[in-house]
Write a protein that binds this ligand. Structure first.
Ligand SMILES: NC(=O)c1ccc[n+]([C@@H]2O[C@H](COP(=O)([O-])OP(=O)(O)OC[C@H]3O[C@@H](n4cnc5c(N)ncnc54)[C@H](OP(=O)(O)O)[C@@H]3O)[C@@H](O)[C@H]2O)c1
Length: 265
C-alpha cells in the first residue's frame, strides 16, 4: 500500500541553520586551494576570517578580494611548524577581533614518492606540517575555546586518512594521524567544554597540492588522474565546511568523506 503523508505524519522539515554572522575564524593554509576557497565562503556569511599561511602576498590578495566583497579579513603570517609563530598568529587574531570561534586546521602538503627513494626530508616535512602543525594550532586555540565554552575545530584529513595508497605511505600515515587525533579530540572536548570537532576527508580536489611533488613518476601519475576523475573544486570542500558549521549547535558533524562522483578508489 502506498503511504500517504498527511499533516500528522509529515516530519518537521524546517532546517535551522546556525547564523555565522560575526563569528571569528582562523584558517590555516589560506593562501591557496581549499583554505582560500573556505575563507571566501565563510567571509560571505559574515565570518571575520584570519588568513594564515607563509605566502603573505597571496594572503593579502585574498584579503583584498574579501574586503572588496564586503567581508572582513586579517592577514596572519604563520608557519604552522613553528609553535611560537602559531601562538603569535592566534593572539593577533584575538587582539584584532576579540575572540575565536572557528578553527580550520587545513595547512598540509603531499610530496608523493616510493619509500625506497628515501626522500626523508619530505617525510619529515609532511610529519612536521600535517601532524605537528595541526597539533600546534590546536594547542594555541584550545585555551580560548575552553574559556568561552564554545567553538568548532575543523581538521582537513583526506581519503588518505582512511585508506593507504602506494607512493603516499607517509602522507597516509600523517592523515591517519589527523583522523585519529580529530576523533580523540572530539571525545575529550565535546561534552566537557562544549567544543565541536569535525574531520573532513576529501578525495581528489583541484588545488596546488600536486605541484609540490618532486618525484617525476608520481607527479605524472597524479597529473594523469585528471583524465580519469573529475576533480572536485576547492569550493566544494568549502561548502562542506559551511555545512558542518551551520548545523544546529547540538549537532557535531564528526566526519565528512567527500569524493568526486567518478572517483573509483
Ligand atoms: N587537493 C586534494 O586533492 C586534497 C585531498 C585531500 C586532502 N587535502 C588536504 O587539504 C589541505 C589543503 O590542501 P590544498 O589541496 O588546498 O593544497 P594547496 O593549495 O597546496 O594548499 C596548501 C596550503 O597549506 C599551506 N602550508 C603549507 N605549509 C605550511 C606551513 N608550514 N605553515 C603554514 N601553512 C602552510 C600553504 O600555504 P603557504 O605555502 O603559503 O604557507 C597552502 O595555503 C591539505 O591538508 C591537504 O593535505 C587535499
Amino acid at each position: 500500500m502506498r503511504h500517504v503523508l498527511t499533516s500528522s505524519t509529515t516530519p518537521n522539515l524546517k532546517v535551522t541553520h546556525m547564523n555565522l554572522n560575526g563569528k571569528i575564524a582562523l584558517i590555516t593554509g589560506a593562501s591557496s586551494g581549499i583554505g582560500a576557497a573556505t575563507a571566501t565562503k565563510l567571509a560571505a556569511q559574515g565570518v571575520k576570517v584570519g588568513l594564515a599561511a607563509r605566502r603573505v602576498d597571496r594572503l593579502q590578495q585574498l584579503a583584498e578580494q574579501i574586503r572588496a566583497a564586503g567581508g572582513e579579513a586579517l592577514v596572519i603570517e604563520m608557519d604552522v611548524v613553528d609553535a611560537a609563530s602559531v601562538d603569535a598568529g592566534v593572539k593577533q587574531l584575538v587582539d584584532a577581533y576579540g575572540a575565536i570561534d572557528i578553527v580550520f586546521n587545513n595547512a598540509g602538503l603531499m610530496p608523493a614518492s616510493d619509500i625506497e627513494s628515501l626522500k626523508t626530508d619530505e617525510w619529515h616535512r609532511m610529519v612536521d606540517v600535517n601532524i605537528k602543525g595541526l597539533l600546534n594550532s590546536t594547542a594555541a586555540v584550545l585555551p580560548y575555546l575552553r574559556k568561552q565554552r564554545s567553538g568548532h575545530i575543523i581538521n582537513t584529513s583526506s581519503i588518505a586518512g582512511r585508506k593507504v595508497f602506494p607512493g603516499l605511505s607517509v602522507y597516509c600515515a600523517t592523515k591517519h594521524a589527523v583522523s585519529a587525533f580529530s576523533d580523540g579530540l572530539r571525545m575529550e572536548v565535546g561534552k566537557k567544554h562544549n567544543i565541536r570537532v569535525t574531520c573532513i576527508q576529501p578525495g581528489a580536489v583541484d588545488t596546488e597540492l600536486f605541484e609540490h611533488v618532486s618525484d617525476t613518476h608520481y607527479r605524472e601519475q597524479m597529473e594523469g588522474l585528471r583524465d580519469q576523475v573529475t576533480f572536485l573544486k576547492a569550493s566544494d570542500i568549502a561548502d562542506t565546511v559551511l555545512f558542518a558549521l551551520q548545523v544546529p549547535e547540538r549537532v557535531n558533524v564528526a566526519e565528512l568523506f567527500v569524493l568526486p562522483i567518478d572517483q573509483p578508489w
